[in-house]
Design a protein around this ligand. Structure first.
Ligand code: PLP
Length: 421
């Protein structure tokens, strides 16, 4: 057995399809969001503007959040030193869980290493608690939920994206006595669309099912206090379990669930991905608590975020650039070809100092490759204009496009091509 050959062949397979991932070395600059320093190689660097971060509000850079992190680390050190059960629970963890529960109007909340782990562990654990559970899952659900559902090892049904009628059709076919849960997201991260939360809650009531809502792209950004889309729509109390992240709008790290105390107690007591891992550093909890408090009290920040997304959409439309019309803050410019998408992204970065990561399979289906743009309250009019002009130049030129579609190009060749175009 030549193990190395197998590894090499798997990598080659990705390279041929244009799907091999190269990470870009990008350091954001404290206090200058959305600016960052890009290091294409060891000996060179340039200043660029980030257009694809999930740090939606720039909270990772907020001076009060940074200070809370530094001050707490100064007081109690860095690592937590253990799992929650063995010396790793601090007042910072408990205060943060209390804040999260309150944000979602729930009795209780539970912290995890990330929202990925929160989804995976919670859904897997529900399968252990209810061995005859039936899971109904939106076809576009995030990988972390798919992972958790697989680990739950119970009967599952995939429903068509955001299709409440399909949910009902499936519910009608399930024995009324069996436990059921409908698993979905409030804002779909790649399409930028909202789920029909109310219709799904109505169905859950009618068929006595639980609901599990991933609000990862909604928390901090929607609702009067940033409780998410379910808060905006007055539906938080109708969701059985709300999942969220502390790493996107709140700008730090970690994830959670919020629910009735008894449910949280069960996941706390049975969830392996909660029990058998070191808890978050207390300083991280303190910084996150500060971030949530600021974001909750800043409806102006949420309004500005939406205003910036609207301004970007309007300018893209004005320049004749096709983007997916989303009702949310996520603005996907669909390119539809993995190599073209990557070359366009490289051209933006190396020629125009704009960073928009190409989103390719498996994050999106084949043919839906896109640049997923995420304007923040801190992106200026000038930065929007610069992005739209650069995109227009790259997309408009047919000859240039054919070349960009043909094969991956080096950055020097890209620069020369665009100069000639
Ligand atoms: C990013 C993401 C997650 C995972 O969140 P992390 O805190 O980064 O692990 C979960 N669900 C959705 C829909 C996401 O986009």
């Amino acid at each position: 057995m030549d193990y190395n050959n197998v590894f090499a062949a798997k990598i080659e397979e990705l390279q041929e399809k244009g799907n091999y991932r190269k990470f870009k070395n990008m350091s954001r600059v404290q206090g200058k969001y959305p600016r960052a320093t890009y290091r294409p190689c060891k000996y060179s660097q340039s200043e660029i503007t980030v257009w694809c971060s999930n740090d939606y509000l720039g909270m990772s850079n907020h001076p009060d959040v940074v200070r809370a992190l530094a001050e707490t680390a100064g007081q109690v050190g860095v690592g937590s030193g253990g799992t929650r059960n063995i010396s790793g629970t601090t007042n910072y963890h408990l205060l943060l869980e209390e804040e999260i529960a309150d944000l979602h109007g729930k009795e209780s909340a539970l912290l995890f290493t990330s929202a990925y782990v929160a989804n995976q562990t919670t859904l897997a654990t529900l399968g252990k608690i209810f061995p005859d559970l039936v899971i109904l899952s939106d076809e576009k659900n995030h990988a972390s939920m798919i992972h958790g559902i697989q680990d739950a090892r119970v009967e599952k049904h995939i429903f068509r994206h955001n299709d409440a009628a399909h949910v009902e059709e499936i519910l009608r076919g399930i024995d009324a006595c069996r436990p059921k849960i409908i698993v979905f997201e409030s804002v779909y991260s790649m399409d930028g669309d909202f789920a029909p939360i109310r219709e799904i809650c109505d169905l859950a009531d009618r068929y006595n099912a639980m609901t599990y809502l991933d609000e990862v792209h909604g928390v901090g950004l929607y609702g009067a206090r940033g409780g998410g889309v379910a808060e905006r729509d007055g539906l938080m109390d109708r969701i059985t379990i709300i999942n969220g992240t502390l790493a996107k709008a709140f700008g730090v790290i970690g994830g959670y669930i919020a629910a009735d105390a008894r449910i949280v107690d069960c996941i706390r007591s049975y969830g392996r991905g909660f029990i058998f891992t070191t808890s978050l550093p207390p300083a991280i909890c303190a910084a996150t608590l500060k971030s949530i408090q600021i974001v909750r009290a800043s409806p102006d920040m949420r309004a500005r975020h939406q205003e910036r997304a609207g301004a970007l959409k309007q300018k893209l439309a004005g320049a004749g650039i096709k983007y997916r019309h989303t009702p949310s803050h996520i603005v996907p410019v669909v390119i539809g070809d993995p190599i073209l998408c990557r070359n366009i992204s490289d051209a933006l970065l190396h020629v125009y100092g704009i960073y928009a990561q190409p989103i390719n399979y498996p994050t999106v289906p084949w043919g839906e490759e896109c640049l997923r743009l995420t304007p923040s309250p801190l992106h200026s009019d000038e930065e929007i204009d610069h992005l739209v002009e650069a995109l227009a130049r790259v997309l408009r030129n047919k000859a240039c496009n054919d070349l960009l579609r043909a094969a991956p190009m080096e950055s020097d060749a890209l620069a020369a091509l665009l100069e000639a175009a």
